[in-house]
Each structure stands twice: as structure tokens, then as C-alpha cells.
Write a new protein. Sequence first.
Length: 292
Amino acid sequence: MKKFKIITAIVLVITSVVACEKILPGTPPDDELLDGPVEGLSFEQNRQFLAGDVAFNDEIFTSQNGLGSIFVATSCGSCHAGDGKGHPFTTLTRFGQVDSTENQFLHLGGPQLQNRALPGYTTEQIPAGATFSKFTPPANTGLGFLELVSDADILAMADPNDANADGISGIPNYEYLPTFITPFQNAIPRNGKYIHRFGKKAAAYNLLHQTVNAYNQDIGITSTFQPKDVYTGLNIDPEVSDVTVHNVVFYLQTLKAPIQRNQNDPEVLEGKNLFIQAGCESCHRQTLKTGF
Ligand code: HEC
Ligand code: HEC
């Protein structure tokens, strides 16, 4: 009797495996996958990649684990869905003034608008007189490579006064570093300021900087790095652990760069030539090398 049961169980398992193979699509080819890790990660690194993936894509914040009190969204993945680009419903709004002096609206909740709030709290409003822009979330694949492009290479591409008269002036963004950031060894600072590179207007130095700010400004989550609560402006206990922050940073650092499809298709090649001819390449470089 026992034997019979085992045999039935085996037969059931086999039929379900066969059935699944028929129903489920096969593993997609590499160039169809956006959210995989770079090759060559160790077992331990893969574990950290997965932990970062879960924290980034699946961890939804609520009032129980620190959300808000004011916020824009409840998880990284709700704006960067599938690690890809966002859409008009997942934009961020930042406000300030037109001239380039220090933002006059920092004491009124600037620069970022937290347009949602937990029950009982008031959402932020764009203050009278402020100008504002909406930003669409970019894809966040391949950023680990960009993090490692050297300052020397960025400076070699810079052209602040448009010396080559192509109508395009690339200007590196120098800012002071927050205290929790250790600069790269090959950094080339100027008067104590460092070239920043992530986010719009290159406002973040590295992926740790961007991640810590995103937790704080987008979800209202404090960390040991950025303990200031967006609502009260007071320092409070961390709502996300250092381990989770580092896992998310590692995840972003090891998300592979997207692979171009149909590279040898004549139409694709023609488009590539047009891209170069039209001068798109002066900003969208075909090749960048990591600097270590
Ligand atoms: C409300 C939507 C929203 C949420 C939530 C959000 N982001 Fe973003 N993210 C954006 C937008 C918009 C930008 C581009 C503007 C900017 O920040 O400068 C961005 C930029 C980034 C960048 C820089 C990409 C680049 O190419 O420079 C990274 C990395 C990033 N986010 C990671 C995160 C992480 C990690 C979280 C969660 C802790 C998160 N984001 C949560 C909207 C969001
Ligand atoms: C002066 C520099 C510059 C030039 C020249 C330039 N771009 Fe861009 N491009 C950018 C920047 C910066 C962004 C990101 C803007 C943003 O996300 O707000 C961008 C974004 C894009 C995007 C969206 C990418 C994404 O993931 O959302 C596409 C597509 C694009 N550019 C195509 C082109 C094409 C085609 C040309 C040539 C006809 C071109 N660009 C020329 C700077 C440039």
C-alpha cells in the first residue's frame, strides 16, 4: 500500500513536470532579460544581489515599518518597475526658482515635493512663487559600470565652454560630499568638492548616496546615513537597516547593463549610423570604460 502511494506520487510529479514544460515558456534569452545580475558573482554575492532585489522590488513600506509621514511612493520598485523606466504616473516633482543660487524653498519642504501623506498628516504643496519640474524615473540597469567610470574620463569628455563648437557643453557637477560617503581613490576633487554623477543634474555622488536619498525623500524612510525625518525635520531612529541599504546598493551595482537585440540587423545598423551622424553620441557615448 505504502509502495503504491509512493509510485502514484512519483507518477503525479512526473506528469506535472511534463505538463508544466508544455505550458510554461522556456527561460528567456539573455538579451530579453533586463533585471539579471552581471556574470561571475560568487554564491555569497548572488545571495546579496537577491536580498537587494527583494528590498528594492518587493519591500512595500507602510505606517507599521516607517513609511512617511509624508512620501511620494511606498517602494523603490513602484517607481522603477522591473528596473525599467517609469511613466507619467510615477514622476517626482522638485521645486525651486529659476536662477542658480541656493534654493529659496528648502525651509518650505524643498527641493522635493512629498505629495502623499499618512492619514492625519498634511501633504506638501508647491509654495507660492516656486517653479517646479516633473521627473520620470530612469531605468536603473548597468549603473554599477557608470559608478566606476573615472573622474579623469569624465573630465576628458567635459567641454564647459564648448571649445569644439558642436553646440554642446558638458559641465561636470561638483558638490560637497555628505559625511557618510567615502570618495573613490581615483577621484579628482576641486576646492573640496567632488564630481557627482547619478540622478537628474548629476546630484548624487554614487549609488549609496542616491539610495539613501531615495529612501529618505521618496519614501520618508530614515537610515543611519540620513536620520532626518522629512516631516518634522528632526533626527529619528533608522527605519531601514544599514544591511538593507548596502544590499540595495550592491543590487544596483551588479544589475547587468541591457544587451542590445538584433545588433546586426541592417535597419539597426542604419539607425546606429544616423545616431552618430546626428551628433547624439556627443552625449550618449558608445563606449565608456570602468576606471579600476
Ligand atoms: C516616486 C518615485 C521614485 C521612488 C519611490 C524611487 N525612485 Fe529612484 N528615481 C526616481 C526619479 C524620478 C529619478 C530621477 C531623478 C533623480 O532622482 O534625480 C530616480 C533616480 C534614481 C537613480 C539614479 C539613476 C541614474 O541613472 O542616475 C537610482 C540609482 C535610483 N533612483 C534608485 C532608487 C532606489 C534604491 C529607490 C528606493 C530606495 C528609489 N530609487 C525610489 C523616482 C523614484
Ligand atoms: C546634450 C546632450 C544630449 C544629446 C546631444 C542627446 N541626448 Fe538624449 N538624453 C540626454 C540626457 C541628459 C537624457 C536623460 C534625460 C532625462 O532622463 O531627463 C537623454 C535621454 C534620451 C533618451 C531616453 C532614454 C531613457 O532611457 O529614457 C533617448 C531615447 C535619447 N536621449 C535619444 C537621443 C537621440 C536619438 C539623440 C540624437 C538625436 C540624443 N538623445 C541626443 C542628453 C542628450
